[in-house]
Design a protein around this ligand. Structure first.
Ligand SMILES: [Zn+2]
Length: 371
């Protein structure tokens, strides 16, 4: 097991995919001192999204779990009967009491699958309304630069099908689409995970944060982030001190990870912030982190106040001191809508869908009241 300890923290970036993962995930997060957590739901490689599992988590521990809900694009992808336009989805999710929205439509695989630019009319009302309503986004844009260079692609990324040829958008095209949206909506509050994949170019990251005061960056691996930053420790430290109110702790933990894998992920991020040591990824990290031989991580040993901002306070500034209340009947209804889409597209009985399973669990809950 891991031989280091880390203190209470808020993890702004933890994934749940299945209703069956929720109790174990909740228990494991307690074990690693994640006192509040941003539960990220998304639609990557699925018919709809993993919001049903997210609602179940929030219903069990309303003061602790923030839901960053996914959208569903079944109208565009499958011409599903029960599909709902994005703007309507946003209103439904807000009424349910979600705390923000996760966007993955600018990850190259999903951008290709959807075939729709982020600065196109398909998304325009959605972004406008997020800005108007003050709904914060966790918005995955691009991927590590080496994913576009076959000879540099890490093994674990290859296995996931994350090497990009000419049929995918380029990293710069994805940035252009994103910046167009930010320029149209200057008050839009956004967290770009994985440091917006700019860890190798802190000058550019600095320009971005200066130009857009409502943009923030999270530290969830992308393990390359820590290797890139470790190559220029002093510059990184200066950056973290200057933008200490714009950086958030995150791990990209998955509900399927073991508690040891979770500890390793959280430990890497925490040690990078707090220790003045060189270290490598532990042997038993999950495979998406890569191997110990891949590189050296050099801890920044930031002052306590800055660590506190990054690991606790900044998340509250963006997503609120407490999670919003879950409107259980509305959440249940949305789970059933998602279940109907999954049933229709995959030709399976509705009872077998995630949406239906979540609705059943939510049907037993009466504690939370409407927002
Ligand atoms: Zn993630």
């Amino acid at each position: 097991m891991c031989d280091y300890q880390f203190l209470d923290h808020i993890d702004g970036h933890v994934h749940v995919m299945k209703v069956s993962e929720t109790s174990k995930l909740s228990k494991n997060l307690t074990e690693i001192n994640s006192v509040q957590t941003g539960i990220v739901c998304q639609y990557e490689n699925t018919v709809t999204n993993s919001n049903p599992a997210g609602f179940v988590m929030k219903s069990r521990d309303p003061g602790r779990f923030y839901i960053l809900a996914g959208l569903e694009h079944s109208g565009l992808l499958f011409e599903a009967k029960n599909a709902t336009p994005l703007l309507e989805q946003l209103h439904i999710l807000h009424d349910i009491g979600v705390d923000g929205i996760k966007l993955i439509a600018s990850k190259p695989t999903e951008r290709k699958r959807l075939g729709v630019p982020l600065d196109s009319p398909y998304f325009s009302d959605f972004f406008k309304e997020c800005e108007n309503m003050g709904i914060s986004l966790l918005w995955h844009v691009a991927d590590p630069e080496e994913f576009w260079e076959p000879e540099k692609l890490p093994e674990w990324a290859q296995e996931k099908g994350w090497g990009y040829d000419d049929s995918y958008s380029t990293k710069e095209d994805l940035y252009d689409e994103t910046l167009n949206v930010l320029r149209r909506h200057p008050s839009l509050q956004v967290v770009f995970p994985h440091f917006f994949f700019l860890s190798a170019d802190l000058q550019r990251a600095s320009k971005l944060l200066n130009e857009f005061p409502h943009v923030n960056l999270d530290l969830s691996p992308g393990i390359e982030l820590f290797y890139n930053m470790s190559l220029k420790k002093e510059e990184t430290k200066e950056f973290f001190c200057k933008f200490s109110d714009r950086i958030l702790f995150g791990t990209d933990i998955l509900g399927s990870h073991s508690v040891e894998e979770m500890k390793i992920r959280a430990g890497i991020v925490y040690r990078f912030l707090t220790e003045d040591k060189e270290f490598r990824v532990p042997e038993r990290a999950d495979f998406l982190i890569g191997k110990p031989g891949d590189g050296i991580i050099r801890g920044l040993q930031l002052p306590g106040g800055i660590v506190n901002s990054i690991t606790m306070h900044n998340f509250h500034l963006i997503f609120g001191q407490l999670p919003r209340l879950l409107n259980v009947p509305a959440a249940r209804e949305e789970c059933l809508r998602l279940g109907r889409i999954e049933s229709e597209v995959n030709s399976i009985p509705i009872k077998e869908t995630e949406g239906h399973q979540a609705a059943e669990k939510l049907g037993k809950i009466t504690i939370a009241s409407p927002v």
